[in-house]
Design a protein around this ligand. Structure first.
Ligand code: MN
Length: 228
């Protein structure tokens, strides 16, 4: 059947070393997954089961982009994250087999309207609007896992205007990537095209207009975004 209007173009992320792009299906994010960040948010850093939230696929923004300061907020925070790109359907996979479903890795930023998120949390309301908004998921090009190998020990960092703000290591994830993918795949069926933002280390903070955010994970292509 014809569509009533031209369907939107599927969001995509480029793939290092390939002329073809990764078509983004869904974006899942993990909350509170580095103990030092959990503490800075005033939460209990003990190992609780991970929880997940989503962003719209079209929140993806390519590296090198400028983003308008988001509406409704006076406290837009940066969260640098390792992003896992799913290449194979994962339905209730075991921790041992979870990495088999990874297409590759990328560097992303989980932009957060912290004031909206915290107000909603305190009111016992859903905090979607603090996390899911236009341009809230910058993502650098994806590196194939066949090129990088499995990432387990890698520095993750973010600087604002050349000053380091976040500096951690993915080995400090409370729930590591195979565990996250296994747990997530028991709640929903992960599909090729899904992206999983795996959480942020300590040092999150506010951005203002004209800030340049640059972040990386080990040797992956860095993400660089300007807030305007
Ligand atoms: Mn996050």
């Amino acid at each position: 059947m014809e569509y009533v209007f031209e369907p939107h173009v599927r969001p995509q992320v480029s793939v290092v070393g390939s002329a073809s792009a990764f078509p983004v299906r869904r974006i899942f994010c993990v909350g509170r997954n580095y103990a030092d960040h959990v503490k800075e948010m005033g939460q209990d850093p003990e190992r609780h089961p991970p929880f997940f939230f989503s962003k719209p696929a079209d929140a993806i923004v390519a590296t090198g982009s400028s983003i308008a300061y988001p509406t409704l907020t006076e406290e837009c925070h940066h969260e640098i994250e390792l992003v896992v790109a799913i290449g194979k359907t994962a339905n209730a996979v075991s921790v041992e087999r979870a990495n088999d479903h990874i297409f590759g890795y990328a560097v992303g930023i989980d932009l957060t309207r912290r004031d909206l998120q915290i107000n909603a949390m305190r009111a016992g309301m859903p905090w979607d609007f603090g996390k899911s908004f236009d341009n809230s998921a910058p993502c650098a090009p994806i590196h194939l896992i066949s090129d990088t190998g499995v990432l387990e020990d890698a520095r993750i960092w973010l600087e604002v205007n050349g000053q380091i703000r976040q500096d951690g290591n993915i080995r400090d994830l409370i729930w590591n990537i195979p565990e996250l993918l296994s747990i997530l795949s028991h709640g929903i069926v992960l599909q090729p095209g899904d992206l999983v933002y795996t959480g942020t280390p300590a040092g999150v903070g506010s951005v203002v207009r004209s800030d340049v955010l640059k972040g990386g994970v080990a040797n992956l292509t860095p993400i660089e975004i300007t807030i305007i």
